[in-house]
Design a protein. Structure first.
Length: 169
């Protein structure tokens, strides 16, 4: 049974209970009028007391019935209130679910972006390794050139010294 059907059923039961309460109040009113009639028409006090006792018992029974009907009406109202609270909580839960779903989808999109970036990482690592190799090769060539330059300077110095020695002679 859907919650709407249940609410309709509770509402119908509540309406029926109110109708029954009105019927009982009508019966009570009739009984009270009957009591007045009996008081006026009774010839003997014993007979009047007997009928009054009977009517009072019936009135008490009806009041008990009214009390029971009122308790049932209050129970129906509590069930209706509880159902309304449950429906509100259900709506709030559904709202929270959709918010979490959106957050989850957003996180998945970010994860996809990060995976794409991560997929390009090996190419960057290879490029970095290639650049390091080229740098090491260039540094090695610079060292060789510096060493050649050093030997050439020494050789030039030796030539200058010879030239100066030969010019002095």
């Amino acid at each position: 049974m859907s919650s709407e059907d249940f609410i309709k059923l509770l509402s119908k039961e509540n309406t029926d209970l109110h109708r029954q309460l009105q019927d009982l109040e009508y019966w009570i009113q009739l009984k009270e009028e009957e009591l007045d009639e009996l008081r006026k028409a009774a010839a003997s006090i014993a007979s009047l007391y007997s009928r009054i006792d009977e009517n009072l018992i019936e009135l008490e029974h009806m009041q008990n019935l009214i009390g029971k009907q009122q308790q049932e009406a209050m129970g129906a109202k509590r069930r209706e209130d509880a159902l309304e609270t449950e429906m509100i909580q259900s709506v709030e839960t559904e709202k929270a679910y959709y918010e979490l779903k959106e957050e989850y989808e957003s996180t998945l999109a970010m994860l996809d972006d990060m995976n794409r970036e991560l997929a390009s990482t090996p190419a960057l690592v290879k490029e970095l390794a290639d650049l390091r190799d080229k740098l090491a090769e260039a540094e090695s060539q610079i060292e060789l050139l510096n060493l050649d330059n050093y030997y050439l300077k020494e050789e030039l110095e030796q030539w200058r010294n010879r030239k100066q020695f030969l010019s002095e002679d």
